[in-house]
Design a protein around this ligand. Structure first.
Ligand code: SF4
Length: 96
């Protein structure tokens, strides 16, 4: 487990898609009835570079929909792995 200092620590909640393979009765269709691929890798890569360069350190939590259905999630995970100042979290149903 890694200790996280909270001073000057930034937190972003990012809804990366509005698609989910499940249709839970209590969940609105706007959460699961859309597209897997809402952001291109090029736009995402640029955004994360700017984020990492502008803010020193932080945490990004990705949700959807279902973030594991987003086609770029592995590339994003690699980018975070290569940057020890930033942590990545997922809110997932682990259904993939
Ligand atoms: S996003 Fe979660 S709650 Fe909604 S349909 Fe998918 S698994 Fe169910």
């Amino acid at each position: 487990m890694k200790k996280i200092e909270v001073e000057n620590y930034n937190m972003i909640l990012w809804t990366v898609n509005d698609y989910c393979p499940f249709q839970c009765w209590y969940c609105p269709e706007t959460t699961w009835g859309g597209s897997k691929d809402t952001y291109s890798w090029e736009a995402t890569d640029k955004f994360l570079d700017k984020l990492f360069n502008h803010f020193g350190k932080g945490y990004v939590e990705m949700s959807g929909g279902e973030p594991t259905q987003w086609p770029h999630i592995h590339k994003v995970a690699k980018k975070f792995k290569d940057n020890p100042d930033w942590n990545l979290g997922l809110i997932s149903n682990l259904g993939k």
